[in-house]
Design a protein around this ligand. Sequence first.
Ligand SMILES: [Mg+2]
Length: 263
Amino acid sequence: MTFNIQDKTHILMDCDGVVWKGNKPIPGSKEALENLEALGYQLGFVTNNSSLSRQGFIDKFISLGFESEKYVIVNSGYGAAIYLRENMLSKIFMIGEKGLRHELIHQGLSVEELYQPDLQAVCIGWDRKLTWTKLADAMWVILNNEGGFVGTNPDNSFPSADRLVPGAGAGIAALANACGKDPDIIIGKPNPYLLNLCLKKMGCTDSTKAVFIGDRLSTDIKAGIDAEMDTILVQTGISDFHLKKTILPTYTLESLAQIDQLI
Ligand SMILES: [Mg+2]
C-alpha cells in the first residue's frame, strides 16, 4: 500500500524532537506547519509532557513564534484528567506539578497532596519535588483505600538542557514497585489513548484519514500504529532506530521541514 498524504485530513504530531527541541524550534518546523495549515490540514499536537497545562503549551508555541490559535493540543496531564473523570474518580491524590494540577481541577476533580481516607485514586506525573512522604501517602491511597493508580507518562528519563534527568516514569516505577502493583493505566504514548483523544477532540472519526508524526519508535510510532494511523518517523529528536526492525513507521523523513516532499 502506498502512502499518500493527500488522502489525509488530520496531521497529528509529537512536540519535543519534532517541532522544537527544548526551547528552540527545529529549523523549518514553523514554515512546515504554516504550509500544512494553508493547505487545509487540521493540526493536532500530542505530547507526553505533563509539567505544562494545555494553555502552557499554547503559551510555549506563541513564545517560540508559532501561530497556535487553531492547534488542538493534548498532553498526558489533560488525558489523565479526562480518564479519571470518565471513570468516576473525583477525589485525587496528585504527585505532579502545576500543569497537572491545573488540568485535574479543570475537569472538576478535587486534588489533594496529603493523605486522606476518602481519596479515590492516585494520579502521578513528573514531579521535580518528589519526596518519600509523597510516595508513602500515594502508596496508602492505593493499598489502604484500594484507590485507582493512574500514571501520566512512562518516560523514564527526560533530556534537560545539560543532562538526562529522571522522568515521570521513574516515579511511577518507584510507586509501582513499593505497592507491588502496576498502574491501572499509563496515559501517555505508547498507549494510543492520547492519540484517540486528540482525534476525538478534532472531530476525526476515521483514523485512516490521519497521520501521526513522531521522533521515537518505541513511543510515538508504536502509539500511532496501535491507534490504526499511518505514521511518519522524523530524525530530529531521540532516536531509537535500533527498533526499526520491529516497529515500522509508514514513512521516514529527516525532519518535519521535509514534509513538503510528500505534498
Ligand atoms: Mg518526542
